[in-house]
Design a protein around this ligand. Structure first.
Ligand SMILES: CC(=O)N[C@H]1[C@@H](OP(=O)(O)OP(=O)(O)OC[C@H]2O[C@@H](n3ccc(=O)[nH]c3=O)[C@H](O)[C@@H]2O)O[C@H](CO)[C@@H](O)[C@@H]1O
Length: 374
């Protein structure tokens, strides 16, 4: 079996695509998978490290106003479509899968023009523009939330699957993860990160949290700044006397490529509330303090976070209210109140949909078996 998987821009589109690629490899041993992304997106860095063949094409988003930039974009879109058609012709995939981001436009369109079955996956309750447009051409639309179904054409085959989590994230073991990360047993592990790109507000608050807990032997803090915020974070630490070079019970990273270990090791997570992050937290049952990104389209991150808060799986702090002392108090409370932490973990696990990946692979299988296939 041969597949093309496309998804790009941010981790929220890339990791579901990687999960699907992993699921395809498990279902069809020997399957060959080509990942198409943009050469400038995060996928160009992440995918080759995952050992998948990667090809980049041109793709950017349209501006809402009519500008000269839009003509350039249309030109790039045409070039991207030609590039995608060339790749599809030479790779000859059985099914093409897209998980959102501009790059999916030319890839799904080219597959549809070549009459190859396609599946697109939507991660958010409010679908992105690319997926809304592409649904007209896709064979199957898989969604995470039933609330998003109304945005897609009615006659389309829509499947409520949930958001696929990478097999390695589902299978990771805590003890092994702790040893991979060099963290001693018995420590309370706090993992903090701001989605795939990092979050300045979380970084600022975490400087204070690290300062508060830097000599507390009960805790180990893994903080991920995001690649653009790393240098600023280090200088903020230096400014308050935290010596990151001599860290004993914390570690600062710009990006984590082995998130399976970081998540498996975590007793508590502080993060933004993007859909892929929340799918990982709930399938693994990790209690969380969530700080929704306030400028996400129609404030969907707060909507995501409140769904976990309502079930007791997470505490929510709005970005505008977040400060280091408050976050430190919340962490300190959960550090001692293990009963509360376990109740949160259980509530989180109840929300998780471990089946999502298998359901999506079943949808792909249906496309392969469908008699109308070219
Ligand atoms: C600002 C914004 O609009 N963000 C959107 C974006 O978030 P974003 O790209 O941040 O995506 P998510 O929070 O959904 O997922 C982040 C993914 O990156 C992984 N990760 C993160 C950091 C790291 O160092 N290593 C790593 O592997 C996480 O494990 C997770 O799989 O896409 C999501 C899914 O469409 C949306 O719900 C978010 O609202």
């Amino acid at each position: 079996m041969r597949f093309i998987v496309a998804g790009g821009g941010t981790g929220g589109h890339i990791y579901p695509a990687l999960a699907i690629a992993g699921g395809l490899k498990e279902r069809y041993p020997g399957a060959e998978i080509l990942y198409i992304g943009t050469s400038k997106g995060m996928e160009a860095d992440i995918i080759p490290k995952e050992g998948l063949p990667f090809k980049g094409i041109e793709a950017t988003g349209l501006q809402r106003k009519l500008t000269l930039r839009n003509f350039i974009t249309i030109w790039q879109a045409c070039r991207g479509l030609c590039q995608a058609r060339g790749m599809i012709r030479s790779w000859r995939p059985d099914v093409v899968i897209g998980t959102g981001g501009y790059v999916c436009g030319p890839v799904i369109l080219a597959a549809a023009l070549n009459r190859i079955p396609t599946l697109i996956h939507e991660q958010n309750a409010l679908p992105g523009l690319t997926n809304r447009l592409l649904a007209r051409f896709a064979t199957t639309v898989a969604v995470t939330f039933s609330a998003s179904e109304k945005y897609f054409p009615r006659q389309k085959k829509i499947r409520l699957t949930g958001l696929p989590v990478r097999p390695e994230v589902l299978q990771a073991e805590k003890q092994e993860a702790l040893s991979n990360l060099g963290i001693g047993n018995g420590r309370f592990v706090l993992l903090s990160f701001g989605g795939s790109r990092g979050a300045r507000t979380i970084n600022k608050a975490m400087v204070r949290v690290i300062k508060l807990f830097a000599s507390d032997p009960r805790i180990y803090i893994l903080h991920v700044t995001g690649t653009t915020g790393y240098e600023e974070f280090l200088s903020d630490c230096a400014a308050v006397g935290i010596d990151t070079a001599k860290a004993e019970n914390f570690r600062v990273m710009s990006y984590v490529y082995n998130m399976q270990d970081a998540l498996a090791a975590a007793d508590l997570v502080v993060s933004r509330s993007g859909a892929a992050t929340l799918a990982e937290l709930t399938t693994l049952g990790i209690p969380a303090i969530l700080v929704p990104y306030p400028y996400a389209a129609e404030n969907h991150q707060e909507y995501n976070a409140r769904a976990l808060e309502k079930e007791g799986a997470a505490r929510v702090v709005l970005d505008s209210r977040l400060d280091g002392d408050m976050l430190g108090d919340m962490v300190a409370d959960l550090l001692v109140d293990r009963g509360r932490l376990s109740a949160m973990a259980l509530a989180s696990l109840k929300l998780g949909r471990k089946q999502a990946l298998a359901d999506i692979i079943n949808c792909v299988d249906e496309l392969i078996q469908s008699p109308g296939r070219q």
